[in-house]
Design a binder for this molecule. Sequence first.
Ligand SMILES: C[S@@+](CC[C@H](N)C(=O)[O-])C[C@H]1O[C@@H](n2cnc3c(N)ncnc32)[C@H](O)[C@@H]1O
Length: 282
Amino acid sequence: MASLPADSPLLSVKSGRVKAARRLARRVSRAESRLFLVEGPQAVREALDLPGCAVEVFAVQEAAGSHPDIHGRAMAAGVPWRLVDEAALASLTETVHPQGLVAVCRFLDRPLVDVLPDATSEGTGLVAVCADVRDPGNAGTVIRCADAAGASAVVLTGTSVDPYNGKAVRAGVGSLFHLGLAIEPDTAVVVGELQRRGYQVLAADGAGETDLDDALDEGRLARPTAWLFGNEAWGLPDEVAALADHRVRIPMHGRAESLNLATAAAVCLYASARAQRRRDRG
Ligand SMILES: C[S@@+](CC[C@H](N)C(=O)[O-])C[C@H]1O[C@@H](n2cnc3c(N)ncnc32)[C@H](O)[C@@H]1O
């Protein structure tokens, strides 16, 4: 493994590089530079594994010894490894125990047409669309869940939260680096593009006319599918739900009014994953 020169300077909170990275805590600075921060060994490792994603790594002195594989990845990729003191590292993170590593990364979202595979091509044919999802923890959890269920892309539409927000990135636990991500203002455009590519679009809606269990039992989830999820407070407006091919409700057997958005996403995405894998096994 390549090692750092013994005289590598230890950067403090006053360093220009640390100050520039710290500005990425603000959405406007992220948007201007198309850069964001990830913290902790797992996320930094994943960022380094994605070619061209990590721009630089800030690390306390012990980090290279504690995580030799991460240091090796950075050296191999030619990503600068900047030694910082504890205060400088703390100034770049939002968690109490960031475990000594923060990476500056390039934005990952791409135009919608680039992240959506045609439904007829190889792959699971599973996409999650979040319309006006505002809570960063929910957005990150949906991205993580979509990744786990084998989805190829997540699309954030309307006034959805910035997926590069620190809380969203942490909730995604590295899944942001695994699947396609698009950010589109107009949900109708996204639904139209999905349908044009051969996906059935299912709106997850507590008042939907179709019961999820019935759809699963009848084999209707085996088709390439995009799920549309709504805002935490007001759900999917009628005119948005009406764009979908079907509105699907997860049966509520108890007295809860609705499920949390990310929980509903887990139920729907896994129902599709199960149906599609059953179909693929014949
Ligand atoms: C917290 S819910 C919104 C609740 C809101 N009061 C409403 O009227 O829809 C957020 C999102 O989770 C999904 N969701 C929650 N419960 C659901 C259910 N029982 N069936 C289908 N989707 C559900 C929907 O996509 C919904 O837009």
